[in-house]
Design a protein around this ligand. Structure first.
Ligand code: HEM
Length: 474
């Protein structure tokens, strides 16, 4: 008699005790550990992997998958080995089926540098309390109640772009997208337009995300703590900027004004430090990710005229000359698919970590207790077993039929299971409306070559994405 393991291979059911983690019989040979770079002295794979990784982290993730499969052991400094996972069934097992066996782990500890003990860094019951407190600000009704601010922010964006169209001067999509999300998400979190300080807040977010990434194993940490390297000075400045924003938010909340999320945390029984931890976490997790998704989407639609024509036709048919609102989004499915496809090719959170508590088996590979695991969203979204011609931009991969035929865990731009992104609905709604607004009114033309990937916690265009715009109807 046989039964299927979560990994799909059949094992005998009768006879002898089983390992509670892997389901294997006591006498069975253990499954092999993941494959990885081998055949060289240990020092070289460790140092070599780290150097190659640092040069192009997402590209390294794809090459590791191509060379060694979808559960691969990476010799990384300082968490050696780290297992990279891109197999959909294994991703599901980590995020859902066996989620109790995965904690935040060593990589997420680095996030505490800015995020303290909050929504992203806590485990289990502690995390649940934090999520329960802020959840009411992320329901469909709460998001709809803030739609006036989104409409106003998009109207201001189109006014600025109309001026760019008039002058013909190129501008950067990343900077413009950050202005939009600093305003809209700033309003939801702290009741203020966080784009109105000449880019200081936006810059602080970028530096904080870089510092968290480098906290794991960067050479910047080798200088003695008292040496004020330029990098350390930038990080200190970023912290001071965030401290100023959070202090203002606390003041506003105590006056009964300010943002919905700040008010929820202030009124809760969470520990005092949650005000900093959860607000900074939401800022770092929500503002730049959504801006990047918008910039990458417009980059792809600008360089695919056949996609752009369909977006324009859809916006014109549904909205005519008026700007789209949140109520139009269900009638703009192609626009939604273009966003989905951009999130596949350029996932702003391009990887995220966990750590095994007890041994597990992922795609037939034994993962010992205490192993750090990285779900590489970027490589999973380019896994040729799931995605035909993965480097091609094709929104029709996300028709309802095509999506239903695919393993849902092959596509995880917002993670999955109980720790799925709390801002998914809010972020997607804003993106959808912004892309429809832009294509309803403007033609975009890219200036210069393809942007190069930069990757810390997020995947960003290294020197921005420069475009010119023309008004479509004038
Ligand atoms: C396109 C935009 C976004 C992307 C791609 C994105 C991606 C992700 C991913 C992949 C995770 C899961 C991390 C993990 O499981 O370890 C996550 C979690 C999270 N995201 Fe987002 N996110 C986006 C927008 C937002 C927004 C708008 C907010 C809030 C304003 C937000 C707040 C959070 C928080 C607080 C978590 C942790 C949730 C928890 O563990 O309970 N994100 N996000």
């Amino acid at each position: 008699m046989t039964r299927s393991t979560p990994q799909g291979s059949d094992i005998a059911v009768d006879g002898g005790p089983r390992c509670p983690a892997t389901g294997a019989l006591a006498g069975d040979a253990p499954p092999p550990e993941p494959d990885g770079p081998t055949g060289l002295p240990l020092a070289w794979p460790v140092v070599g992997s780290t150097i190659l990784y640092a040069a192009d982290p997402p590209g390294f993730a794809v090459r590791a998958q191509q060379a060694h499969g979808s559960v691969v052991k990476l010799p990384m400094i300082p968490h050696n080995p780290t297992v990279q996972v891109t197999d959909p069934a294994a991703v599901r097992q980590i995020l859902q089926g066996n989620a109790d066996n995965y904690c935040r782990g060593a990589y997420y500890e680095a996030f505490r540098l800015f995020m303290g003990h909050g929504l992203l860094t806590l485990d289990d019951a502690d995390w649940r309390e934090h999520r329960k407190v802020v959840n009411p600000a992320f329901t469909p009704n709460a998001i709809a109640a803030r739609s006036t601010e989104t409409d106003a922010a998009l109207a201001d964006l189109t006014d600025r772009w109309a001026e760019h169209a008039r002058t013909g001067r190129p501008f950067d999509l990343y900077t413009e997208s950050m202005k939009l999300t600093c305003r809209v998400i700033g309003h939801a979190l702290v009741g203020r337009d966080l784009s109105r300080d000449g880019g200081e807040f936006a810059g602080a977010l970028g530096i904080a995300l870089e510092a968290i990434f480098k906290e794991v194993g960067s050479l910047d940490k080798l200088a003695p703590a008292f040496v004020p390297t330029p990098y350390r000075r930038r990080v200190r400045r970023a912290r001071r900027t965030l401290e100023r924003v959070i202090a203002q938010a606390a003041w506003d909340a105590d006056q009964g004004s300010g943002g919905e999320v700040a008010a929820l945390i202030r009124a809760s029984d969470l520990p005092e430090d949650a005000f900093w931890s959860d607000l900074v976490t939401l800022m770092l997790a929500g503002v730049e990710t959504t801006a990047l998704a918008l910039a990458w989407t417009l980059y792809e639609t600008a360089r695919h005229p056949e996609v752009r024509d369909r977006l324009e036709e859809e916006a014109d048919r549904v909205c005519g000359v008026r700007p789209p609102t949140a109520k139009d989004l269900d009638a703009l499915p192609y626009t939604g698919r273009a966003v989905d496809e951009a999130l596949r090719m350029h996932p702003p959170v391009w990887q995220f970590p966990r750590q095994t508590i007890a041994d597990d088996v992922l795609a037939g590979r034994r993962i010992p207790a205490g192993t750090p695991v990285l779900i590489s969203v970027y490589a999973a979204h380019r896994n040729p077993e799931q995605w035909a011609d993965p480097d091609a931009f094709d929104p029709d991969r996300f028709t309802p039929k095509a999506s239903a035929e695919r393993d849902r865990s092959a596509y995880v731009p917002f993670g999955g299971g109980r720790r799925q992104c709390i801002g998914k609905r809010m972020g997607l709604g804003l993106l959808h409306q912004a892309v429809a607004t832009v294509h309803g009114r403007f033609h975009l033309t890219l200036v210069g070559g393809a942007p190069r990937n930069g990757a810390f916690i997020t995947l960003f265009p290294k020197r921005g994405i420069r475009v010119t715009v023309k008004e479509r109807r004038r």
